[in-house]
Design a protein around this ligand. Structure first.
Ligand SMILES: C[S@@+](CC[C@H](N)C(=O)[O-])C[C@H]1O[C@@H](n2cnc3c(N)ncnc32)[C@H](O)[C@@H]1O
Length: 395
């Protein structure tokens, strides 16, 4: 197999779309026959620099990358290793590092090594697949060594390894890694002291990327989503990244939490169901809720906001919800214009939440400036947004 097939109902995350002709290691087929890939995301730590939120002083040799396995970098320290958030700062520019900029390299003399546009389709011997036939190059396990000469770094302290699928139908989007998860992960690393020792609940966690990063600082993370296949993949990713959490004694619990259901499933026969102890711990200790890239369907957005409302009324403590969203612009026939309906609905839901007055809980919503450092590889486009909701009891 050397191609992923795209059909009209296929969705491909930008994280993979931006590296279309990169080599990807396929490790297995999942239980529904989809190819599963293993990607390695490097953190670009820089212990020596102060928080660099500007565009100046960009060191292209120290940019984060998303790779298939093999080479790792060892430029810094892992999350939760005792350094302050200042210590985790990256020299990578914190605002709009485009894939092109991020991919730029300097040669031995310090000249910019420009990545060339693929040759014209008319070229009889193009060195790579032509642009109009964009697809990831797929490797099988035996071919893994062609990815690089470096042996995998045993410590893995600056990498996170994620199994995921690509080009899924809409109902399986959680099996891909989304830009919003990387954006949220960057924020968690920047605000690591806020997360330290906390109990965190992630809604719609997908592959578990943000939950794993959160667990590198937090005490307990409830990583939730729906679908046995997806939750099993998530559980596997947690095992693949135990190096980031185990030594700190953090725990990640993968549990089913369906926004379309009022209650948490406690049937022990159902995989990823909740025990009474889990539920009691969740309600007693959770102070941070997370959700990345879950606002793409208005009915699901409504269900998620209802879930947020229900849960926050059950939590014993005040809490903060941190949500990442990408404002996706689409041309719609109904409007004959470019709109961002899902995003508009998200914003309206935030507004409604803030206006709610039930005498029990107050919601205060604020946008987060996207000027925190970028430690992971993705295009930090302007349409990526982060929102914080402070939930406090009305006294
Ligand atoms: C676009 S994916 C984002 C996944 C992950 N947060 C990320 O950013 O990589 C949306 C997620 O919402 C989850 N989701 C959709 N409907 C849901 C529901 N009713 N209850 C819980 N999660 C749901 C999907 O399974 C999927 O994991």
């Amino acid at each position: 197999m050397d191609e992923v097939t795209f059909t009209s109902d296929t969705v491909l995350s930008d994280v993979h779309l931006c590296t279309p002709n990169q080599r990807h290691l396929m490790v297995r087929l999942n239980s529904v026959g989809q190819p599963v890939f293993l990607s390695q995301f490097k953190f670009a730590w820089n212990q020596d620099s102060q928080i660099d939120s500007g565009t100046e002083d960009v060191d292209h040799r120290n940019v984060p990358t998303e790779e298939t396995p093999a080479g790792t970098s060892s430029t810094g320290s892992p999350p939760g290793s005792g350094h302050s958030s200042v210590g985790f700062s990256s020299k990578a520019s914190a605002d709009t590092i485009g894939q092109d900029r991020a991919g730029a390299q300097l040669d031995e003399d310090g000249d910019l090594d420009v990545v060339r546009r693929p040759r014209a389709a008319s070229d009889p011997n193009p060195p790579w697949p032509p642009r109009d036939k964009v697809h990831p190059m797929i490797l099988t396990q035996e071919e893994e060594d062609v990815l690089g000469d470096e042996a995998p770094d045993c410590s893995f302290h600056d990498t996170i390894r994620i199994e995921h699928t690509m080009a899924t139908p809409l109902e399986d989007v959680g099996k891909q890694v989304w830009r919003g998860a990387l954006f949220l992960a960057d924020y968690i690393l920047f605000q690591w002291d806020l997360f330290q020792g906390r109990t965190v609940l992630e809604l719609g966690a997908g592959t578990g990327f943000a939950s794993i990063v959160a667990a590198s600082v937090a005490q307990t993370v409830y990583c939730t989503d729906v679908g046995e296949d997806l939750l099993a993949m998530c559980q596997r990713n947690i095992a693949l990244n135990s190096h980031l959490t185990a030594s700190r004694g953090s725990v990640i619990k993968v549990r089913e939490l369906d926004w379309l259901k009022d209650d948490l499933c406690t049937d022990p026969k159902v995989p990823f169901s909740w025990s009474e102890e889990d539920i009691s711990d969740l309600y007693s200790h959770t102070t941070i809720l997370l959700a990345a890239e879950v606002f793409y369907d208005d009915d699901l957005t409504d269900a998620l906001f209802k879930t947020l409302f229900r849960l926050t009324h059950k939590l014993k403590n005040s809490c903060t919800a941190i949500l990442s969203v990408e404002k996706r612009l689409n041309f719609t026939l109904s409007h004959l214009d470019i709109t961002c309906q899902a995003y508009d609905h998200f914003r309206a839901s935030l507004h409604q939440l803030e206006k709610l007055q039930d005498g029990q809980v107050r919601f205060v919503v604020e946008p987060v400036e996207a000027s925190f450092p970028q430690n992971l590889m993705y295009e930090r486009i302007q349409q990526l947004e982060l929102w914080r909701i402070f939930v406090e009891p009305v006294t």
